[in-house]
Design a protein around this ligand. Structure first.
Ligand SMILES: C[S@@+](CC[C@H](N)C(=O)[O-])C[C@H]1O[C@@H](n2cnc3c(N)ncnc32)[C@H](O)[C@@H]1O
Length: 377
C-alpha cells in the first residue's frame, strides 16, 4: 500500500500551502531501506524532519527503528503524525551510542552544516555495527563535495548515487576505526567565558559578533543599574534560542542572584549550553530546556528575555522564525519586563517588536547590528 505522505504535517513548525512535510530525499531513503531487507531493530534514522522517513518504514512493518531528531519541533511533529496515522514502533534517542549500537543501516537527511555532519558521521563510524551502511541524502542544489570529504574521513568507501527527482543519495561503508575522543564537543575560551559546542550549534564555539554586541550593551546596562540605589538583581532571565548558551552563561556570571533559563529547539544547542554552563561553573544556576519557542514556560514568568533571533534573509517563511520568538518573548515576559534583542541592522525589526511586545528603543547601532530594548506592555 502507498504511504499517505500528503497526510504528514509540520506542526508545531511553520505550516503553509507551499511547504510540505516530506521531500524526494525522504522517499529515496525509504525505498533504499525497504530494498535492503534489514530489520527495523538494525535501522537508525537521523535527521527525519517530520517523520517522512520513519513512519513509512513503520507502516511497511519494520519495528524497533531508532530515531534521532535535533529539533524539538520535529520530535513533536513525528509524534503527532504517528498518532494521527495510528503508527508506533520507533524509539527516540539522542545522538549517542544507544541510538547506533548494532545498527547496520543508518538513514540520514544531510544536515546544513559540515560540523554537524562530521559529528554524525563520527558517531555512526564509532558506534554502529562494523558492517554498517550509512545512506545520506539531500536535495542536489544543497549538496557539496565537501560533504563527501567529511563522510570520507570516517568511511573507507563513499559512493554518490545518480540524482533522482532532484535528490541524491550518498552511500558510505567501511567505517574507519575511531581514534581518540569524538571530535565534538569543541571548546574555545573568550574573555572570561568558555564556550562549548556540538557540531550543530550556531557559530560553533566562537562568540558570534552579534552576541558580543549584545553582551557589551548588557554590560553597560548593568553598570548603569549598579549606580542606581536599591536596584535588585534577583530576577528570572530567559535566554530564548540559547545556542551554546553564551548569553545565559554571561548573564549568570555577571548576576549571581539571577535565576537563568536557557532554552532552544535544537538538541545540539541544548547539549552545548549545558556543557558551557558546566565549563564556567554555573551549571547549578542555569536550567537548560529543549523546547520550541519556550512553550513549557508559563506566561509572565520572566523579568528579562535575551534574544539573538535566527536570521535568514530571503524567503518570507524564514523571517517567521524570528516572529515566532518575538511572540514567545511577549508571552513569557511579565508586564513591564524587558526584552533585549540583537539583530542584523538591515532587518529593521523595531516596528514589529513594538507591535508584538511593547515600546521599543534602540540602545545601540552599528552598520551591521542593532540592539533594542522592548518593554512588555
Ligand atoms: C542566532 S542563534 C543565537 C544563539 C545564541 N543565543 C547566541 O547568541 O549565540 C538563534 C538560536 O535560536 C534557536 N531557535 C530558532 N528557532 C527557535 C524556536 N522556535 N524555539 C527555540 N529556539 C529556536 C536556534 O536553534 C539557534 O540556536
Amino acid at each position: 500500500m502507498e504511504f499517505p505522505y500528503a497526510r504528514l504535517r509540520r506542526r508545531p513548525d511553520v505550516e503553509a500551502a507551499n511547504l510540505q512535510a516530506h521531500d524526494a530525499t525522504d522517499l529515496l531513503l525509504v525505498e533504499r531501506a525497504l530494498a535492503s531487507g534489514i530489520p527495523g531493530a538494525e535501522v537508525a534514522v537521523v535527521g527525519d524532519a517530520y517523520g517522512a522517513i520513519t513512519l513509512p518504514l513503520v507502516a511497511a512493518g519494520l519495528s524497533g527503528i531508532r530515531v534521532h531528531q535535533d529539533l524539538a519541533t520535529g520530535r513533536r511533529a513525528l509524534d503527532l503524525n504517528a498518532a494521527e496515522l495510528g503508527l508506533s514502533g520507533f524509539a527516540p534517542h539522542e545522538l549517542d551510542a544507544e541510538l547506533l549500537a548494532g545498527a547496520r543501516l543508518v538513514l540520514l537527511q544531510l544536515p546544513k552544516s559540515l560540523a554537524e555532519l562530521e559529528e554524525i558521521a563520527d558517531a555512526v563510524a564509532r558506534w554502529a555495527a562494523p558492517d554498517v551502511v550509512l545512506v545520506a541524502g539531500g536535495r542536489v542544489k544543497h549538496m557539496t563535495l565537501a560533504q563527501n570529504d567529511v563522510v570520507g574521513r570516517r568511511f573507507a568507501a563513499v559512493q554518490p548515487q545518480r540524482a533522482e527527482r532532484k535528490s541524491r543519495l550518498v552511500v558510505a561503508s567501511g567505517p574507519r576505526d575511531a581514534e581518540g575522543e569524538p571530535p565534538f564537543p569543541v571548546m574555545q575560551r573568550h574573555d572570561g567565558l568558555t564556550l562549548v559546542a556540538h557540531g550543530g550549534a550556531f557559530a560553533g564555539a566562537k562568540l558570534d559578533i552579534g552576541t558580543r554586541v549584545l553582551l557589551d550593551v548588557l554590560d553597560r546596562e548593568r553598570a548603569a543599574w549598579a549606580a542606581e540605589p536599591g536596584g535588585s538583581t534577583a530576577q528570572t532571565v530567559v535566554d530564548l534560542g540559547c545556542g551554546t548558551g553564551a548569553l545565559a552563561v554571561s548573564y549568570a556570571l555577571a548576576h549571581p542572584d539571577a535565576r537563568v533559563i536557557a532554552t532552544d529547539r535544537s538538541a545540539a544547542a541544548v547539549a552545548s549550553a549545558r556543557a558551557t554552563a558546566a565549563a564556567n561553573g554555573v551549571a547549578d544556576r542555569i536550567e537548560v530546556m529543549h523546547d520550541d519557542a519556550a512553550s513549557a514556560l508559563a506566561d509572565g514568568i520572566a523579568d528579562v528575555v535575551l534574544l539573538n533571533p535566527p536570521f535568514h534573509l530571503g524567503a518570507s517563511v524564514h523571517t517567521g522564525a524570528a516572529t515566532r520568538l518575538f511572540d514567545a518573548a511577549a508571552r513569557i515576559l511579565r508586564p513591564g519586563g524587558e526584552l533585549f534583542t540583537v539583530y542584523n541592522s538591515s532587518l529593521g525589526y523595531r516596528a514589529e517588536l513594538t507591535r508584538l511586545v511593547g515600546p521599543t528603543e534602540q540602545l545601540h547601532r552599528t552598520s551591521k547590528f542593532t540592539v533594542t530594548r522592548s518593554i512588555r506592555r
